[in-house]
Write a protein that binds this ligand. Structure first.
Ligand code: SAH
Ligand code: SF4
Ligand code: F3S
Length: 442
C-alpha cells in the first residue's frame, strides 16, 4: 500500500483543497502517513500571499530533497499558489520535484499518479472548479463549501488573481446538493469559501432570470436540514449589501460574525490599493451591520506599511480600529509580491517604520478586542465542541457562534453543541463552564 503525506500552507481554500487531495488519494488506494519520512508520495500545498509564506515552504523543500535522494522512487509534488506563480520554473529550480500543479488542478494529480509518466509534469490551466472530489475532513462535523474560485478584483498588492484566475461561481443547485451530502455525512457547520463571496453568482448565465446572488445562496444553505451553523469568508466591503446584512438577522443558521477586511483606514491608501471603497463607506457598512445585528462580532485584515503610507494615513487606520472595536484582526506587514502593481510603487515604507506601526496597531486591536469580549462575561453561549483545550488537556475547547474560541470544563464530546456559562474573557479567548442544567434538560 502506498503512503502519502500532505503539508498545507496558506488559507482555508488550501485547507479545503488538501482535504480534497487526501480524499482523492485515498480513493486511489493511498493511505495517510503520520510522518513525511514514511511517505512514498510527499505533497506540499503552497501559498505565496506574503514573502514569509514562500520562505516557510522553501525551508521544507530542503527536507523533501534529502528524502528524495535517500529513496529516488519517492514522488515529490508541489501544488497551490506558489507553484502556480512560478509554474514550470519549479522544475529548473528544484529538479527533484516530480509534479507541480496550480490551485485549480488538484484533480490532475490523480492523472499524473495513474499514468506511467516518469518525466516531471506541470499542470497550470485555469478551468473553474475542478469537480466533485471526495473529501477527507479534518473534523467530520465541519465542512468547507467552495462557492467560487478565482478573483476579479485587482487589489494592487495581491498575488491571488494571478494564482487563482478569473472568478467562476459554481451553480446554486450544485452547491445546495453538496451541502445536502455534507449534512447526510454528519456536517453541521459549513463555511462558504470564496475570495469575494458576495460577488457570488454575477458571472452565472442568466437564462432570462436573475442569476442567484449571495443572499439567496445563504438562504438556500440555511434551509438544508441538519445545518446548524453557516459561516463565510471573505466578503468585500464594496459588495456588502443590505440583503446579506439582513440575512444575518433573519437566517437562524447564519452566525453572528462577519470578517470584513479593512486593509487600511485611509481612503487615500485604499485608493492606491484599488480597494474600491472609502473609509466612510466601510464605516457605513459597519453601522448597518450593527443596526441589524447589534451583537455581531467583527473581525478584519489590515496591511501596515503599504507604499506611500504616511503617519497621517496610519493614524486613520488606528482611528478606525478604535472606533469599530474589532473582536479580532489579522495584521500583516506589507510584502511586495512578484507581478503586482504595489511591488513597484515608489515610497516603499522602511522596515523599521512598518515594525513600529505594527506594534502600535496590535496594541489597539488587542485592547479593543479585550474590552469588547467582556460583553460575553456572565452570558451563556452555545459552543460547538471541537476537542480538548490546547493549553489544558483537562478542559474542552470549542467555538461560539461569534467565532470566539471558548475553553471550558464539561462533559461534552467533539461535535456536540453545548451551553457554556462564560466566566472570563481575554482578547482572544473566552473561558467558562458547561451548563449542566442545560445538559440535564436535553
Ligand atoms: N480575498 C480576501 C483575502 C485574501 S488574502 C479578501 O480580499 O479579503 C488574505 C489577506 O492577506 C488580505 O486580506 C490582506 O490583508 C493580506 N495580504 C494580501 N496580500 C498581501 C501583501 N502583499 N502583503 C501583506 N499582506 C497581504
Ligand atoms: Fe486579493 Fe483583493 Fe481578490 Fe482579496 S479581493 S483575493 S485581496 S485581489
Ligand atoms: Fe490562499 Fe495563499 Fe493562495 S492565502 S489563495 S493559498 S496565495
Amino acid at each position: 500500500m502506498k503512503r502519502y503525506h500532505v503539508t498545507t500552507f496558506g488559507c482555508q481554500m488550501n485547507e479545503h483543497d488538501s482535504e480534497r487531495m487526501k480524499g482523492m488519494l485515498e480513493s486511489l488506494g493511498y493511505v495517510e502517513a503520520a510522518e513525511r519520512e514514511d511517505a512514498d508520495l510527499i505533497l506540499f500545498n503552497t501559498c505565496s500571499i506574503r514573502e514569509a509564506a514562500d520562505n516557510r515552504f522553501i525551508a521544507h523543500l530542503g527536507t523533501a530533497k534529502r528524502l528524495k535522494s535517500e529513496r529516488p522512487d519517492r514522488v515529490v509534488g508541489v501544488g497551490g499558489c506558489w507553484a502556480q506563480s512560478v509554474k514550470d520554473e519549479v522544475f529548473e529550480r528544484f529538479p527533484f520535484v516530480d509534479v507541480a500543479f496550480g490551485p485549480g488542478q488538484v484533480h490532475k494529480l490523480a492523472e499524473f499518479l495513474t499514468s506511467d509518466s516518469l518525466t516531471a509534469q506541470g499542470y497550470f490551466e485555469f478551468e473553474g472548479f475542478a469537480g466533485d472530489l471526495p473529501e477527507k475532513r479534518a473534523r467530520e462535523f465541519q465542512g468547507w463549501l467552495q462557492i467560487s474560485v478565482g478573483c476579479n478584483m485587482v487589489c494592487s498588492y495581491c498575488i491571488v488573481p494571478s494564482t487563482r484566475g478569473r472568478e467562476v461561481s459554481r451553480p446554486l443547485a450544485a452547491l445546495v446538493a453538496e451541502v445536502e451530502r455534507m449534512a447526510a455525512d454528519g456536517v453541521t457547520e459549513v463555511t462558504l469559501l470564496g475570495q469575494n463571496v458576495n460577488a457570488y453568482g454575477r458571472d452565472l448565465p442568466r437564462r432570462g432570470e436573475p442569476a442567484a446572488n449571495f443572499a439567496e445562496l445563504l438562504s438556500a444553505v440555511d434551509a438544508v436540514d441538519g445545518i446548524e451553523r453557516i459561516r463565510y469568508t471573505s466578503p468585500h466591503p464594496q459588495d456588502m449589501k443590505e440583503d446579506v446584512i439582513r440575512a444575518h438577522a433573519e437566517l437562524p443558521a447564519l452566525c453572528e460574525h462577519v470578517h470584513l477586511p479593512l486593509q487600511s483606514g485611509s481612503s487615500r491608501v485604499l485608493k492606491a490599493m484599488r480597494r474600491t471603497y472609502t473609509r466612510e463607506r466601510y464605516l457605513d457598512r459597519v453601522a448597518l451591520l450593527r443596526e441589524h445585528v447589534p451583537d455581531v462580532a467583527l473581525t478584519t485584515d489590515i496591511i501596515v506599511g503599504f507604499p506611500g503610507e504616511t503617519e497621517e494615513d496610519f493614524a486613520q487606520t488606528l482611528f478606525v480600529c478604535e472606533q469599530v472595536a474589532y473582536d479580532g484582526a489579522f495584521t500583516f506587514v506589507f510584502s511586495p509580491r512578484r507581478g503586482t502593481e504595489a511591488a513597484t510603487l515608489p515610497d516603499q515604507v522602511p522596515h523599521p517604520v512598518k515594525v513600529e506601526r505594527m506594534e502600535r496597531l496590535v496594541e489597539v486591536i488587542q485592547r479593543r478586542a479585550r474590552e469588547r469580549a467582556q460583553r460575553f462575561v456572565g452570558r451563556t453561549l452555545e459552543v460547538l465542541v471541537e476537542g480538548p483545550s490546547r493549553t489544558d488537556p483537562t478542559k474542552l475547547r470549542g467555538r461560539s457562534r461569534h467565532n470566539k474560541a471558548v475553553n471550558f470544563t464539561g462533559l461534552a464530546q467533539p461535535g456536540e453543541y453545548v451551553q457554556v456559562e462564560i466566566a472570563s474573557a481575554t482578547s482572544q479567548t473566552l473561558a467558562g463552564e458547561e451548563s449542566l442544567l442545560a445538559r440535564a434538560a436535553r
